[in-house]
Design a protein around this ligand. Structure first.
Ligand code: BMA
Length: 770
């Protein structure tokens, strides 16, 4: 059977094979045309081809000069290259192929709408789609609840040949509600829809479902317009990251890799991932795991940073893609919002693209804008409204209004100025938004990861060919990191130190931002880092590298996104401490503020016992003039302020405040002692020091000097060996820090291989400081 071209990786393709099948020896042949060759004629036929906006399409790398053809084919955008990924335009089958067969009738789709959910009662409307081969009388449809061992609803149905849509409703008294990670249990009910005929079940469709009310609250408020997620009646501050595909070659992403990725998000106290529009609508397992672990999903449609031709057949193809994916994902408990695209509106109005098109040819410009509004303002929201009524749709991210206006007081925002222009990190404290859906800062993978793809000594330089190939942001990105290190931290003494310091810089920068966003609660109700993961080993904005190793940022995220954040800051001549609580009940505990010198001697100490911390908001709990905390007459460069909050159960939250830039802080080389003792699943490491230590990075020597380091295949990603529970830790003299290492190493081996890098050991000694 010759079949027409099926031209979207985002759709499912099926064909009726009944008349073709033989008992044995069936063969399925799939031919793939080169996506580039298919798209080239479309590109050539486009009058404005030379100014097509698709900046990440590395067409020249692909040998097709300026032919940015990626936008003409419905393939993952990042396969054409991105500023963190190589250009690898793949072809192939990436999802299961199967034959579906049935007699009489089969369940085609079941859609659960949680029409109203309170702690008292849930009303669930279900539409069951059944395809019948012929008219069927006397069928019975049931929705079973295996969790509570009962049938929620039973209905006798008569089916007519073809597609039947059968509505059912059931109510649950006192449902066990589902919550995001950190707020409560991630309870999922086991439902199944059962179709029976003549007493026998002929088809059934299972569905795990978390019962919850979830909405995006966009309403005028005293600041402008709110933008926040509300779960079971409670505003939820969204803490999370932007997620890109885990690999350039998607079938290599195993279930273990998906699970590790989601678990790592939870371990960093995140409750939301944004599936970014330049990748793919993820596999079902991704959303299953988000349901299971309580991660909300912000789902972009797959359009990012480009102008996508969308009229005629192309638009119809996209409409079908949207219908299929909304239908596929709509029952997921985790699915919180659909969004038209990533940065396309911003690009049109803010990146000078509209101006360029207008100048080039106003008629074409108008046509491109019509395509734009047809797609994001009409077709996609109509698909969402029809197939998943009730869920929120945003036209773009960032978005405040249809004219691409940027304002603090409405909508979400992508804040890139500090990284993009190399500005002062403190700006993260100043910029405001109702919801930060992106902000980021680059760093390098740690040295042991680099040795996996660059095993030769001669490659261990930022400018080596292999390192430059694994830096898609180009030399400018490296220069910016180096300049900001020199400005704020000091000059790294060698390549390995550079990689370490780049991570500390990234982590500190993002920590400032995360804390600022949370302190600004409830004005600001979301903070999504750019980016969670990598699709290959690369210098990027990620929190964990392609091998699954956590960068400093991911460790800092775990603290900055903890259920209680204790955040010190100097404001208007005062030393303030904010406590931000995501807990749904007030917390009580002791707050201690201690200024100390580099030997750990206390210079000033304040404590408030039985401090009540209000639920689910940010509170400034400690305001003193600076001089009361940082004693006058002493150089601020020699002082660290530790703030600690101990809650009623003894859980301790800590933060260190540095009154000067790290470059100027009077850190001294410390003697660090490491004590290693066996513990379940590995060992515990206790670090103590005689002087204050900034950012101690615990790792284990892998013996890689100038020799080849064996390439470990990706299957190892799910199980990162020698995982350190907390890292890049500060050590205060007299206050040992203990971390757990999950490892198969013996204690003896660990003692031999443990290495510690600190800011002081990594940077070139500054004059006058020894
Ligand atoms: C963001 C993203 C990506 C990009 C990242 C880093 O705005 O949307 O397009 O990879 O910036 O530059």
């Amino acid at each position: 059977m010759e079949d027409p071209i099926r031209d979207s990786r985002f759709r499912t393709w099926s064909a009726d094979v009944k008349s073709l099948l033989r008992e044995r020896g069936n063969e399925l042949q799939v031919e793939f045309a080169s996506p580039i060759k298919v798209a080239l004629p479309m590109w050539e036929a486009t009058p404005w081809r030379d100014i097509i906006e698709s900046g990440n399409d590395q067409s020249a790398n692909g040998g097709v000069f300026n032919a940015r053809v990626g936008v003409f084919v419905r393939k993952a955008g990042y396969h054409f290259g991105w500023d963190w990924g190589p250009r690898l335009v793949t072809s192939g089958i990436w999802k299961p192929v199967y034959i579906e067969s049935w007699d009489d009738a089969m369940i085609n789709n079941v859609h659960y709408t949680q029409t109203s959910v309170t702690a008292k009662e849930a009303v669930i409307d279900v539409v069951v789609e059944i395809v019948a081969d012929h008219d069927v009388a006397g069928a019975v449809l049931k929705i079973n609840n295996a969790t509570d061992r009962r049938t929620e609803v039973t209905k006798k149905v008569s089916l007519t040949k073809g597609l039947n849509k059968i509505p059912l409703t059931f109510r649950m008294r006192n449902p066990r509600l589902g919550w995001t990670a950190g707020l409560g249990e991630q309870f999922l009910y086991d439902f199944s829809t059962e179709l029976s005929l003549g007493g026998g079940t002929i088809d059934s469709e299972p569905q795990k479902l978390g019962i919850r009310s979830l909405r995006v609250v966009v309403e005028p408020d005293k600041y402008g317009e709110s933008f926040y997620f509300e779960l079971n009646g409670h505003p939820v501050f969204a803490k999370g990251s932007n997620y890109i595909p885990c690999d350039n070659f998607l079938p290599r992403v195993t279930e273990a890799i998906y699970e590790k990725t989601i678990q790592d998000a939870v371990a960093a106290n995140m409750n939301m991932l944004r599936v970014w529009g330049g990748g793919i609508y993820e596999n079902d397992v991704f959303y299953d795991l988000c349901d299971k672990y309580g991660i909300l999903v912000w789902q972009d449609f797959m359009f990012s940073c480009a102008l996508y031709p969308s009229e005629g057949e192309l638009l119809e193809n996209i409409r079908q893609e949207a219908i299929e994916n909304v239908r596929r994902l709509r029952n997921h408990t985790c699915l919180a919002i659909w969004c038209g695209n990533n940065e396309c509106l911003d690009m049109w109005f803010k990146w000078g693209v509209k101006r360029r098109y207008d100048r080039y040819n106003p008629e074409w410009s108008a046509r491109v804008w019509k395509q734009f509004t047809d797609l994001y303002f009409d077709v996609l929201p109509a698909v969402v409204a029809e197939h998943q009524p009730g869920i929120a749709y945003r036209k773009s991210s960032p978005y405040a209004d249809d004219m691409g206006t940027r304002t603090d007081s409405i909508g979400d925002y992508h804040y890139w100025d500090v990284w993009g222009q190399g500005l002062e990190l403190d700006l993260y404290n100043k910029v405001r938004s109702r919801f930060f859906s992106e902000y980021g800062f680059q760093s390098f993978p740690e040295f042991s990861s680099i040795k996996r793809f660059a095993p030769q000594h001669r490659d261990w330089a930022v400018t080596s060919e292999v390192m430059m190939s694994h830096q898609r942001g180009g030399a400018r990105a490296n220069e910016r990191i180096a300049a900001m290190l020199e400005r704020d931290y000091g000059v790294p003494s060698d390549f390995e130190s550079f990689t370490y310091m780049s991570q500390l810089l990234q982590a500190d920068a993002m920590k400032i931002a995360m804390e600022a966003h949370r302190r600004d609660m409830p004005f600001c109700m979301g903070s999504l880092l750019w980016q969670m993961n990598d699709c290959w080993p690369v210098a990027s904005w990620s929190g964990r590298d392609w091998y699954g190793r956590w960068k400093a940022m991911h460790y800092f995220t775990a603290h900055a996104f903890d259920d209680i954040l204790i955040s010190p800051i100097e404001e208007d001549g005062n030393f303030n401490v904010y406590v931000v609580s995501d807990r749904l009940k007030p917390a009580e505990g002791e707050l201690i503020v201690t200024a100390m010198d580099m030997e750990g001697r206390t210079l000033a100490r304040h404590s408030i016992k039985k401090k009540i911390i209000p639920a689910n908001t940010s509170t400034n709990v400690f305001i003193l003039p600076i001089w009361a905390v940082l004693p006058p007459g002493l150089k601020h460069e020699g002082i660290v302020v530790n703030v600690t909050f101990i809650d009623a159960n003894g859980k301790t939250y800590q933060n260190n405040y540095f009154p000067a830039k790290h470059k100027d802080m009077e850190y001294r080389r410390a003697n660090i002692t490491t004590d290693i003792v066996a513990a379940e699943g590995g060992f515990d490491v206790t670090l103590s020091a005689d002087k204050f230590v900034r950012g101690a990075f615990i790792h284990f020597d892998d013996g890689g000097s100038d020799r080849e380091v064996n390439f470990v295949h990706r299957s190892s990603l799910g199980v990162v060996s020698d995982f350190v529970s907390d890292n890049f830790v500060d050590i205060i003299p007299g206050h040992p820090v203990t971390v757990h290492v999950s490892s198969e190493m013996s204690v003896e081996e660990a003692r031999g291989r443990i290495r510690i890098i600190t800011l002081e050991t990594a940077r070139k000694t500054l004059s006058g400081v020894e």
